[in-house]
Design a protein around this ligand. Structure first.
Ligand SMILES: *Cc1c(COP(=O)(O)O)cnc(C)c1O
Length: 400
């Protein structure tokens, strides 16, 4: 999407505005499919990254299935036209009644704790197949807050408890059709995936009914020019080799699942904002924008880097700025960032805003959340309208 198209979209729909480029989603899906062309690979989009129904429908059109972490996400996937059997529910310590709802809705379940496995056995015995989420005790990922597979992580059942798992499985005659792991996010080293997959393959030999090995998500994407990313071709070749060897020893061809979130949607999205006030302080220069951590919380929550473009003045002289939001809270998008000179009214683009952008947004400070536009196959479509006061008040009961 070129700058003039993006600026036009802000003139049409206002700022702040999320804009998604469908061609990038298509490219990412294809690169994953190409890298694993030699095995029966299925993509289960971790839709917590972006649940706009237009994005979910595009995923469906591309043959991508869905991993959900709540009933709300499941309802959205169903609304987007998915069949229940295309959905996997990967809960994290949720009330068991929620798991019952997901089973009744027809989704596959990733069991993430021994108590849930026990409950599953008591309630369903051998009538309801499920997958087990293992914690491989591998530290992987770009950031301590987003590592999920190391031994102290809350996610999944430690592989060290395999005997306890087998105990419950045998007691209730549970049919375990898959083993799952998700080691973290921003993993660029193929080694981490390989290490974790070896742990899973080894454990898998104890489960005779497997149909699926699910290696999770967490592939790293590019955040700034020249960034290293997951080399998908190489990762594909190496995992394919390990997986084929495993299938041979296991005695059967299994499905290989991945659950990428970021990899599919991070780069497709930009958050477009407008510079409001340029504050030239003795210490540093601030650019205030008409958005904040209520719309894109990743910089404040994870210290994430989002590359920023000045779409209105790309050839301006370079200056260094702190780019800050309008929320009454420390609300910094970027510190000491070199940008082409920013003038009040300029449109700035925060890149990599397609994943964990809108879905993590809030009404904090009683601000409206942004609208969303999907640009795909030559057409720009508003896929979420701007909010109004009614959206802030919808659930309040003491209106007068
Ligand atoms: C969040 C999540 C993912 C996706 O992680 P990304 O880093 O966005 O690829 C995959 N699987 C599970 C179970 C998750 O919770």
């Amino acid at each position: 999407m070129n700058s003039s198209t993006l600026i036009e979209l802000t003139q049409q729909h206002g700022t702040p505005l999320y804009v998604y480029d469908g061609s990038i989603i298509r490219r990412q899906v294809k690169s994953l499919q190409d890298a694993f062309a030699d095995v029966d690979m299925r993509i289960k989009y971790a839709c917590k990254a972006n649940t706009n129904l237009a994005i979910l429908r595009l995923m469906r059109e591309l043959g991508v299935e869905i991993d959900v972490v709540s009933m709300g996400e499941m309802q959205m996937a169903l609304l987007a036209g998915y069949a229940p059997e295309q959905l996997t529910f990967t809960p994290s310590g949720v009330p068991f009644e929620e798991v019952r709802e997901a089973v009744e809705a027809g989704a596959k379940i990733n069991v993430d704790s021994l108590p849930l496995l026990e409950w599953f056995g008591q309630n369903y015995g051998d009538t309801q197949p499920c997958l087990i989420r293992l914690k491989p005790n591998v530290a992987a990922g770009g950031n301590a807050k987003i590592m999920t597979g190391h031994s102290d992580s809350k996610f999944g059942i430690s592989v060290l408890l395999l005997d306890d798992i087998m105990n419950i499985v045998e007691r209730y005659n549970l049919k375990i059709i898959g083993l799952h792991q998700h080691t973290g996010s921003d993993i660029k080293e193929a080694d981490a995936f390989l290490q974790a997959s070896e742990v899973i393959f080894k454990a898998a030999m104890r489960f005779p009914d497997l149909e699926i090995i699910d290696l999770g998500g967490g592939f790293k994407v590019s955040y700034k020019p020249g960034d290293t990313t997951t080399d998908m071709q190489r990762l594909g070749a190496e995992i394919t080799r390990g997986f084929q060897d495993f299938c041979q020893s296991y005695g059967r061809e299994l499905q290989l699942w991945f659950e990428p979130g970021k990899y599919l949607v991070s780069e497709c999205g930009q958050l477009l904002v407008q510079a409001t006030v340029i504050k030239e302080d003795p210490a540093r220069d601030f650019v205030h924008v008409d958005s904040g951590l209520n719309h894109l919380i990743r910089p404040m929550m994870y210290g994430s880097y989002h590359h920023i473009l000045n779409l209105s003045n790309p050839d301006g002289p370079a200056r260094n700025y702190d780019v800050v939001g309008y929320i009454c809270e420390t609300d910094t998008f970027a510190t000491d960032r070199e940008l082409p000179e920013v003038r009040p009214g300029d449109i700035l683009a925060f890149l990599n805003a397609g994943a964990y952008g809108f879905t993590m947004s809030s009404h904090y400070n009683a601000r409206y959340r942004p609208a969303e536009v999907l640009v795909d196959e030559g057409e720009a479509r508003l896929v979420r309208r701007h909010e109004t006061l009614d959206d802030l008040l919808r659930t309040q009961l003491d209106l007068n």
